[in-house]
Design a binder for this molecule. Structure first.
Ligand code: DAH
Length: 344
């Protein structure tokens, strides 16, 4: 009888190790503890044992019974937990508050042109950087050769925070930090939202997007600047666009230029979007002023560079024929969703 009990224990341990589902464990419970189960049989067999042996063997069978019941319960709990976790993992998140008829979104026209321009510059070895929209006076003005009380500040009034910080007026605000972070040589673009305290009309907004780019190396000249600007425009417009380069003043470049493109809304005849001039200022640019390089920790004796501040908002308007800048921040989905032609 003792060897039968031992055999039953061994059998149970082997079977238990093999059981991997709740169902298999339940079958095991029936096979050992059920009415016709192995342990029930052993208990029934006690009647054939001598009175002296009955006490000890009865105790052994009961110990085995307790062991089997406890092991089954533990394994059952363990398995249920694992099954539940697997179920949760494979289940899709279900948000009962979400409307069930949501259409796929589209990219905003500014995001579309931003991606296009990024692709062009990345293919020419530029990296893309990000920078805060809230900056200090130093980054936005002083590091760019615009000291306090410089008249150039008048053209860039913005929104000031109580702590003296401000909403950046141009992407140029990131130039200094990026120069300090990477040093020279450097090829980088950094798109961002910018802000100005402007009266709003068809071509002015208080919130707009620019993409700044800088390239710094030995022997960089205006020819490099013109080459990159031409490549950019032909890649983005994929057609001939009339361009003009004229001198422009920005304290952080010397010489500085205004790069204008023929107004794509009126074809150059004059309209409210181009303020009736036939031209749109798209990409002011120039050779980085030595003071700005020095402030960024770069030796102007060894390195030169160009910088540009591409008006992403204006580029989107020209590319998609959007007459009024106010549409872009309007949230008017009828107007804004018609430009994304990707297959999504
Ligand atoms: N930050 C200037 C603005 O928003 C634009 C600009 C002009 C950027 C010349 C440049 C530059 O990088 O070289 O008015």
């Amino acid at each position: 009888m003792k060897s039968k009990i031992e055999a039953a224990r061994l059998q149970f341990e082997t079977d238990l190790a093999k059981a991997t589902t709740s169902e298999e464990i339940e079958n095991l419970r029936i096979a050992f503890l059920g009415k016709k189960g192995l342990i029930t049989d052993l208990l029934k067999g006690l009647k054939d044992v001598s009175v002296e042996e009955k006490k000890e063997i009865g105790k052994d069978v009961n110990i085995l019974k307790g062991f089997v019941a406890k092991s089954i319960e533990e394994k059952q709990t363990e398995l249920k937990k694992a099954e539940q976790e697997a179920k949760l993992k494979s289940a899709k998140c279900y948000d009962i508050t979400a409307p069930d008829n949501l259409e796929l979104g589209t990219l905003h026209p500014i995001s579309l042109v931003q991606r296009e321009v990024e692709k062009v510059f990345v293919s020419m070895g530029f990296t893309i950087e990000d920078f805060s929209e809230i900056v200090d006076d130093y980054s936005n003005f002083e590091a760019l050769n615009i000291p306090k009380h410089h008249p150039a500040r008048d053209m860039q009034d913005t929104y000031y925070l109580d702590n003296g910080q401000l909403l950046k007026t141009h992407t140029s605000a990131a130039q200094n930090a990026i120069m300090k972070k990477y040093g020279a040589p450097l090829r980088v673009i950094f798109p961002s939202r910018c802000f100005r305290n402007e009266s709003i009309d068809a071509s002015h907004e208080n919130t707009f997007f620019q993409m700044e780019g800088i390239m710094i190396d030995e022997d960089i000249s205006i020819s490099n600047l013109i080459y990159f600007m031409k490549t950019l425009l032909s890649e983005v417009f994929k057609r001939d666009v009339k361009v003009r380069l004229r001198p422009g003043f920005f304290p952080f470049v010397e010489p500085g230029f205004e790069l204008d493109i023929n107004c794509e809304i009126c074809g150059g005849e004059g309209c409210p979007t181009c303020k009736h001039s036939g031209w749109i200022e798209l990409c002011p640019c120039g050779m980085i002023h030595p003071n700005v390089l020095i402030e960024g920790g770069i030796d102007p004796e060894k390195y030169t560079g160009f910088a540009f501040g591409l008006g992403l908002t204006r580029l989107a308007m020209m590319e998609y024929g959007i007459k009024d800048i106010r549409v872009l921040n309007s949230g008017n989905l009828k107007a804004l969703t018609q430009f994304d032609t990707r297959n999504i």
